[in-house]
Design a binder for this molecule. Structure first.
Ligand code: TXA
Ligand code: MG
Length: 329
């Protein structure tokens, strides 16, 4: 397309103009959102969408999220929107909430993996908004990482993982939230949470009443929700108690992902990443993927991760850690 794999500063007006042109011509642009970096293309151009799947080596049965900058754009993408969905949009858009809505026929089947629903979100990041407005098309964008690896939270992560498979990378600095959007569906008989994120189950319940956490076995299997999906190359084990820190096999070279400043047993780790010295979950989520990547780059035998309390944002952090961890059996 234009100049492949190039990182350009998102703050410049001409960068957005160029990126929008790449999108309109069917190219791929990685761009910042408040959650993680996305690998964007024109959602209504099936060839461009196919290039996204190819660049990520993503199986075609894993549907993409479509990003819009204003509610009016939904008219061309979705059919009737329920009252609950309208309420959630009022309360949380723009922001890190993805909703499943009945799709229109003009949305390419590749985007939704043949499903009757389309996942839509309105990002709050100003660069994402400008890009969508300037491109004047809805932008389909999965996280800008090779399929199965940890999501990118800065422009360099995208370049490391996708390199020249992306036409342009808009650098908007590190992402503020650090975990992917919450995915919710109002389509079944009860509101469902498909993927926890920084908009919590508790917050959604306040708007639409009780929300059930979708069980993988009961709903369609989508890879974003498959067991080992956000995996590091180095095997990762979630610690189950403070004592476990000191019972690692002797001679093992290990790294520790600590939620807060470690208190004991840590001298046996070759490297420690502290997610939030003060134990703040927002800060922990923001640093999670970059810390995992740094630990993963050091070639240790194993990584250990401390768990956090599974309430609020802790649910999203533990969800990502579990998907990263090796199955125990
Ligand atoms: O924060 C985010 O959501 C980021 C940024 C870039 O917006 N995007 C993101 O996309 O995390 P991705 O492709 O990595 O994860 C999207 C997940 C899919 O794996 C799938 O689980 C779910 O969204 N999904 C998309 N369309 C769906 C549908 N129609 N029904 C059920 N799940 C769907
Ligand atoms: Mg992803």
């Amino acid at each position: 397309m234009i100049r492949t794999g190039r990182i350009i500063p998102a703050a410049r007006k001409e960068s957005i103009t160029l990126a929008a042109e790449v999108i309109r011509k069917g190219g791929l642009v990685a761009f910042p959102t408040e959650t993680v970096y996305g690998l964007g293309c024109d959602a209504l151009n099936p060839e461009a969408v196919a290039r996204v799947f190819e660049a990520k080596q993503r199986p075609s049965f894993d549907p993409l999220i479509v990003h819009v900058a204003e509610k009016a754009a939904l008219d061309g993408l979705t059919q009737t929107i329920s009252l609950s969905d309208h309420r959630l949009m009022e309360r949380f858009w723009p922001g890190p909430l993805t909703l499943l809505l009945p799709k229109r026929a003009r949305v390419p089947d590749l985007v939704t993996a043949g499903l009757p629903t389309i996942a839509v979100r309105m990002p709050s990041h100003p660069v994402a908004q400008e890009l969508i407005r300037e491109a004047a098309v809805p932008i389909a964008a999965p996280s800008a990482n090779p399929f199965g690896y940890v999501s990118p939270t800065c422009a360099q992560h995208v370049a490391d993982g996708l390199g020249e498979r992306v036409d342009l990378i808009l650098d908007g600095g590190p992402c503020q939230l650090g975990v992917e959007s919450t995915i919710a569906s109002m389509i079944g008989s009860r509101p469902e949470l498909l993927r926890p994120g920084s908009i919590t189950l508790e917050e959604i319940s306040k708007v639409v009443g009780p929300v059930v956490r979708a069980r993988e076995s009961l709903t369609m299997a989508v890879p974003g929700r498959l067991a080992r999906h956000y995996a590091t190359h180095t095997p990762l084990t979630i610690l189950t108690g403070h004592t476990v820190r000191s019972v690692r096999p002797l001679g093992e070279r290990a790294g520790l992902l600590a939620m807060t400043a470690p208190r004991h047993g840590e001298q046996r780790y070759c490297a420690i990443e502290v997610l939030s010295p003060s134990g703040d979950l927002r800060e922990a989520a923001q640093h999670l993927f970059a810390a995992l990547r740094r630990l993963d780059a050091q070639g240790f035998d194993r990584l250990y991760a401390e768990p956090c309390d599974e309430r609020g944002l802790g649910m999203a952090i533990m969800d990502r850690l579990r998907r990263c961890a090796e199955p125990l059996t």
